[in-house]
Design a protein around this ligand. Structure first.
Ligand SMILES: *[C@@H]1O[C@H](CO)[C@@H](O)[C@H](O)[C@H]1NC(C)=O
Ligand SMILES: *[C@@H]1O[C@H](CO)[C@@H](O)[C@H](O)[C@H]1NC(C)=O
Ligand SMILES: *[C@@H]1O[C@H](CO)[C@@H](O)[C@H](O)[C@H]1NC(C)=O
Ligand SMILES: *[C@@H]1O[C@H](CO)[C@@H](O)[C@H](O)[C@H]1NC(C)=O
Length: 321
């Protein structure tokens, strides 16, 4: 009786292990679409009521930038299908002087309408982590980041701005949310964040586009002073109305298209996913001190370099942060 129980237990243990082993190999998700819960619980982002730099379409951004290294063009203008042929040291450099606020840079035409729809597609990337965990990353792109004022001077302007929120789902239930805020970030349990119609509410810093969990001013420290983001219940941006969607396989570092909605969805059909693998910079390189547009305030610069894209944002993270 005892021996046979052990045999039975061993059999069951093996059976369970084998079955879960098989399950790990078979994708738990439908690879051609994002799961429903990625939309049901997607963030509602509120742009500031006096925001001047709106969400941008990465396609339009490429049509207004030239790849440069050390302020010298290294290739002609790129599109999303050719981007990954560039070295990762290249900077997508504005063809216009950003200080002149060209229309593609301010992206005023992409101001969300009363339904929360913006002409600029977001980028949504889902990543399966095993044990029923799926992290969904909602990436926001803006062609310009305006820095904040410190003692009367603006610090931290840059061309190109990638921000994101990430929601961790376990067996389809949202459990935590991560918000990108400058070089640091915050994570909240699902219960802790305020919601509207089940959607977590995220407040976007004026100009810097950092994501905050509450409206109002948010102070953050830079090496030589205190800066503050302003956020309020301004314009709702509902990214589920227009986006490109992908799955990312962390074990092979590959992106596959999961289809999108709106402009992003239709543009995505003719694009490859290779642009997501490019590790270069999405804006101008930090201007040298000799550039009249640049100034240096105690080691902090008015213009800093553009950021890297989604692939460089630790999509394979095991913890939420
Ligand atoms: C960048 O260009 C400047 C001026 O042409 C040159 O002096 C410098 O050596 C270059 N730097 C690199 C890293 O190539
Ligand atoms: C991207 O550029 C390449 C090379 O110029 C071209 O062959 C391709 O058709 C372009 N793709 C799109 C989507 O415009
Ligand atoms: C928001 O930023 C714009 C410039 O980008 C500025 O004109 C406006 O005053 C800012 N609003 C607040 C509340 O700081
Ligand atoms: C994703 O891949 C990286 C690098 O191989 C690894 O360190 C990390 O643990 C992986 N994440 C998960 C959730 O397995």
């Amino acid at each position: 009786m005892f021996a046979s129980s052990i045999v039975l237990f061993s059999f069951l243990a093996c059976f369970v292990l084998c079955v879960s082993g098989v399950e790990n190999k078979i994708l738990e998700h439908n690879p051609t679409s994002l799961p429903d819960y990625a939309f049901t619980f997607a963030p509602y982002s509120y742009l500031h009521s006096s925001e001047l730099y709106f969400p941008s379409d990465i396609v339009e951004h490429l049509q207004n930038t030239i790849p440069e290294i050390n302020f010298t063009a290294i290739a002609p203008m790129q599109n999303l299908s050719t981007l990954d042929s560039l070295p990762s040291t290249a900077f997508l450099t504005s063809v216009d002087d950003p200080l002149t606020n060209p229309a593609w840079l301010t992206s005023i035409a992409n101001k969300p309408d009363s339904t929360g729809y913006s002409h600029a597609p977001a980028t949504i990337i889902a990543v399966e982590k095993g044990d029923g965990i799926v992290d969904v990353f909602y990436f926001y792109f803006y062609s310009f980041n305006q820095g904040n004022f410190l003692l009367g001077v603006v610090l931290g302007d840059h061309v190109g701005d990638w921000e994101h929120t990430m929601i961790r789902f376990i067996n389809g239930d949202p459990t935590a949310i991560f918000l990108s805020e400058h070089s640091f970030s915050s994570a909240y349990t699902w219960d802790a964040i305020t919601k509207l119609n089940g959607h977590p509410q995220v407040y976007v810093g004026n100009g810097t586009h950092a994501n905050w969990a509450t409206p109002g001013p948010h102070s953050y420290t830079v090496p030589f002073g205190l800066l503050a983001d302003q956020s309020d219940v301004g314009l709702l941006w509902d990214v589920t109305l227009n986006f490109r969607g992908f799955w990312f396989d962390n074990s092979t570092s590959t992106f596959t298209s999961a289809g999108g909605i709106g402009i992003g969805g239709s543009e995505q059909e003719s694009e490859t996913t290779s642009w997501l693998l490019w590790l270069g910079l999405w804006g101008d390189e930090q201007y040298p001190s000799t550039d009249p547009r640049q100034y240096d305030f105690d080691g902090q610069f008015k213009f800093s370099s553009g950021p890297t894209g989604p692939f460089d944002k630790n999509l394979g993270r095991t913890t939420v942060c």
